[in-house]
Structures are given as C-alpha cells and as structure tokens.
Design a protein around this ligand. Sequence first.
Ligand SMILES: *[C@@H]1O[C@H](CO)[C@@H](O)[C@H](O)[C@H]1NC(C)=O
Ligand SMILES: *[C@@H]1O[C@H](CO)[C@@H](O)[C@H](O)[C@H]1NC(C)=O
Ligand SMILES: *[C@@H]1O[C@H](CO)[C@@H](O)[C@H](O)[C@H]1NC(C)=O
Ligand SMILES: *[C@@H]1O[C@H](CO)[C@@H](O)[C@H](O)[C@H]1NC(C)=O
Length: 356
Amino acid sequence: MKLKGFLVASLLLSCLAATSQSITFSSLPRTIIVSASTTQQQVLKAGKDEIIVTWSLNTTLQDGTDMTYKTVKIKLCYAPISQKDRGWRKTVDNLAKDKTCQHKIVSKPYSPSNNTFTWTIKKDVPTATYFVRAYAYNSADEEVAFGQTAGSINLFEIQAISGRHFEFLTSRHMTPNQRGQYNPTCQEDFQLQFNYRVLKGGESTLTISWSLNATSSAGIDTSDYRTVEIKFCYAPISQKDRGWRKTVDELEKDKTCQHKIVERPYSPSNNTYTATIKKDVPSATYFVRLYVHNSHKEVVAFGDTTDAKKTTNLFEVVAVSGRSIGLDVASVCFSAFSIISLFGFFILEKRRAKNK
Ligand SMILES: *[C@@H]1O[C@H](CO)[C@@H](O)[C@H](O)[C@H]1NC(C)=O
Ligand SMILES: *[C@@H]1O[C@H](CO)[C@@H](O)[C@H](O)[C@H]1NC(C)=O
Ligand SMILES: *[C@@H]1O[C@H](CO)[C@@H](O)[C@H](O)[C@H]1NC(C)=O
Ligand SMILES: *[C@@H]1O[C@H](CO)[C@@H](O)[C@H](O)[C@H]1NC(C)=O
C-alpha cells in the first residue's frame, strides 16, 4: 500500500515536472530559413514602411524534420544594441521569460515553402534596432524550431512614428504658452526693461502648474503614464558657445535641461508645485519643461512653457553671487512674476507595445 502510494506520488511529481518544464531557446534547432526585404542598417518608419518576410524549411535537412510543425509565428526582435540597459527587453533562454521578440508580425499555418508576408510596421513599434525571427510550434503550441534573419548582420532600424527626437518636439509638439499670470503693473515694467522675469537663486519661488492637453492627446493611450519630471532648461541665448549645455536630438545626450525641479506621480489635471530656486542653479535664461515617463522610465510625452523657437515666457535666474543690471527693480516683482503655467503636454512616443 505504502509503496503504491509512493509510486503514485512520484509519478504525479514527475508528470508535474514534465509539464512545467520550460522550453529553452538554446534547445531549438534552426531549421527555418528566414529573410526580410530590409537591407543592413536600413532605417524604416513605423506606421508607414513595409517589410516583406519570406520563410521556408531548410531543404537540406532530412525528411520528416518538420513532422510536428503546425504553425509559424514571425516576430520582430530587439538587436543586442537596443537591449542594453533595458531589462524589459532582455534575452532569457527560457522562452516563457524571454523578452527579445515582443512584436508579432504574423501567425500562419506551417508550410515548408513559398511563405511570404508583407507587413506594414505597426505604429506602436518603438524606435530600436531589430531582426526578424520565426518560431515553429507543434500542436500543443510549444516552440519546436526557429529561424532568423540575423546574427550581427542584417539588422535594421525602425523609427517610431514619434521617436524621442527634438526635431519632433519642436515641429509638432511644442506649443506656446502665454498663460503665465502676471501682475499687470510689474509686467509692463518688465516688458519695457527685459521682456522676461528675473528670479533669485536660493530665494525666489516659482509656481508651476500643468495638465494634459485634452485636445492634442485625444485618442492617445495615456494609461502607461507614470511620473512627470519637471526641469529647468537653458534657453538658446544661454546655450550659445557652451557645448556643455547643448541641445541634442537624442534625449540621453541632450544637455538642455540639467536642473531637476521635481518628480511627481502622473495625474492628468490639477497639478501644482511651488519650487524655491536652488542655490546651485547657475545664472542663465531658462524655460521649464515637463517630461512624462512610462513604467519603463522612458520619456513618452512632454510640455514646455515656451514656444517652439524658445523665445516666449523665458525667465532669468540670477545666482546668489551673481549680479544683473536691474535686479533691484526686478526684485520688487518677484512674487508677482513667479507663476508659470504649463498647459498641456504632448505625446512624444506612443506607449510601448505589449507583449502579445
Ligand atoms: C541548412 O541546413 C544545413 C545543415 O544543417 C546548414 O549547413 C545550412 O547552413 C542551412 N542553410 C541555411 C540557409 O541556413
Ligand atoms: C512555389 O511557388 C511557385 C510560384 O508561385 C510555384 O511554381 C511552386 O510550385 C510553388 N512551390 C510549392 C512547393 O508550393
Ligand atoms: C492643446 O492642443 C491643441 C492642439 O494641438 C492646441 O491647439 C492648443 O493650443 C493646446 N492648448 C494649450 C492650452 O496649450
Ligand atoms: C481641480 O481642482 C478644483 C479646485 O481645487 C476642483 O474643483 C476640480 O474638481 C478639480 N478637478 C479635477 C479633475 O480633479
């Protein structure tokens, strides 16, 4: 009786172990030949360009290799260069956990030859370098083989419809904001003398308010908006001849906005924050920018207090030890001039596609 029980138990256990055993990528044979219409390092536009994928069984293999193949899924996969420092795109040998190939191109019944599919790159594909991989599945929907376009060659780049580029920011997503609240008397003085506000490092405060622009964000999925980060950014006049403040298209390298004011959880409306200008903010002319981050800490939207040319609504910070002509006149107006409103922020990159 005892022995029987033991046998049943161990049988059950081994069954469980067998069914929960995960399929590893390294265990799959590479039996499928895949090619894509892309050329090495080609740059394609999401939402617009097409990729033609063809695949077939490698005919030099022995007959019956593909006996268990039932379906084929073609996927878009991140090249190592686009996985670096991004845990959410990581390659894991256990296929259930692998994050390399997150974008499905197509799923088809298996056929050993003459397979071709023309795919218009979906709008939600993020900017990155990719290759194409095919997985063959058996009737239990388990991966049994694969094929792919690339090792380190045959990679191509996709640029998201709204990539994280300033070009895009300035052309389509920055709007003027003229809604700062001014003390009329002081404003007149200021417009006469400087045409912008002067704030004192370590002393003046600045009230910033922001909300989602319902018009420009209509139809855009904001469900993965997590945090907002508000920064002081150098106006062009204070960047001139200063490489260390340079505006660069690529956000990782951009030096425009170096002074973080605050980070807050995202909320679409009724946000207000009053900042005291820190003492270490150098004397310069600034505007305020807000970045929205998603759950992967990627920038997905932004707003500016200034216009596309960065000429309106600028303000000057005078560092503690700094001097500025007219500062005494200006100081009278500090409190009156210290409100900046940031109306509306705009979509910069569509939400990353969910793993399908
Ligand atoms: C087809 O399979 C053979 C044998 O495994 C291999 O040598 C050859 O490189 C494969 N052909 C392609 C195009 O992958
Ligand atoms: C593949 O397609 C070509 C042309 O469309 C056709 O001549 C050939 O018979 C097809 N081969 C198979 C195995 O279906
Ligand atoms: C909101 O977006 C629309 C469309 O882009 C724009 O016309 C409008 O000025 C924006 N509103 C504010 C307050 O920035
Ligand atoms: C925003 O705040 C005002 C006043 O504090 C309140 O009346 C309004 O309901 C709030 N709106 C939202 C969307 O929370």
